[in-house]
Ligand binder design. Sequence first.
Ligand code: FAD
Length: 318
Amino acid sequence: MAEVLVLVDHVDGKVRKTTSELLTIARRLGEPSAVFVGAGFDAAKETLARFGAEKVYRVESPEVLEHLVVPQAELLAQLVADKAPAAVLVPSSPEGKEIAARLAIKTESGLITDAVDVQAADGGVATTQSVFAGSYTVSATVTKGTPIIAVKPNSATPEEAAGAAADEVLDFTPSDAAKGAKVTESKPKQATGRPELTEAAIVVSGGRGTAGDFSKVEDFADSLGAAVGASRAAVDAGWYPHTSQVGQTGKQVSPQLYVACGISGAIQHRAGMQTSKTIVAVNKDNEAPIFELVDFGVVGDLFSVLPQATDAIKAAKD
Ligand SMILES: Cc1cc2nc3c(=O)[nH]c(=O)nc-3n(C[C@H](O)[C@H](O)[C@H](O)COP(=O)(O)OP(=O)(O)OC[C@H]3O[C@@H](n4cnc5c(N)ncnc54)[C@H](O)[C@@H]3O)c2cc1C
């Protein structure tokens, strides 16, 4: 069975959920081989094996991560040449998409980004994309070279399947051309204890209706183990960090459940959340446009609705 390369997304060996999703998808296409760059393999191995990685190609040299994404594209291009995989899967994050694009050029292969589904098709790989703020579904397949596919988070439910995770340390040195930019400093983001916005299964977002007080949104999110997002109106007002903005000019999220609190539902906001599986809104204006796309809507003041919902969820958990 042909190998399917999966670029592992991890922080010091703590493997992100997107990688478990990619390994699950890879098993539909062939035999998953993880590609692990950086330190922390010992910590990562158990997760990679649990989600079916038969092999792990790894590079420990710090040089590969010191020069942003270009060396990773070179490394994957070397593996594509050596292993002739059936496909290469990367996370559809900004870094993942840049790696995928560079890899596609280096290997003269077709590239598909923002896939929300990937399946084996006759002699190839069939993908689905959701475009124009979720108003169109596009089916696409790669017709040249090795399919290089960037897959959006939450596009598959991670399913366990034991793999050997047999590791092979690669001898890889980035070219001089790949070292054109260098990381000079990096600081860890202040931990919130909440899941990453683009990966979370549940996202609770607040908008101008919070009037700057996100405490009820955060309490509700924490009761659900959710990530917290925000509308542009809220981040522009300085009420929440720009990194939490959901929408056309913010982050694209596609969780199982999206709860919009005090958000009107402008088209630019919808563009970042419309593909969520279930959408709930809390808004005191029953004519707010957000109610046009919800599965479940609550007309009410978020400062009254959210604490009651939080209490009910906590009580249900006890
Ligand atoms: C080029 C461009 C790009 C943009 N990109 C983005 C983007 O990426 N993301 C984004 O979000 N926006 C974006 N915008 C802005 C977008 O057009 C809207 O202005 C913005 O989304 C509005 O945010 P909001 O819904 O929080 O605020 P508002 O539209 O002011 O809505 C606030 C809502 O809160 C409700 N409300 C008020 N008080 C309460 C309460 N106590 N309880 C319950 N409900 C209450 C109101 O009824 C209202 O519906 C962009 C705009 C442009 C032009």
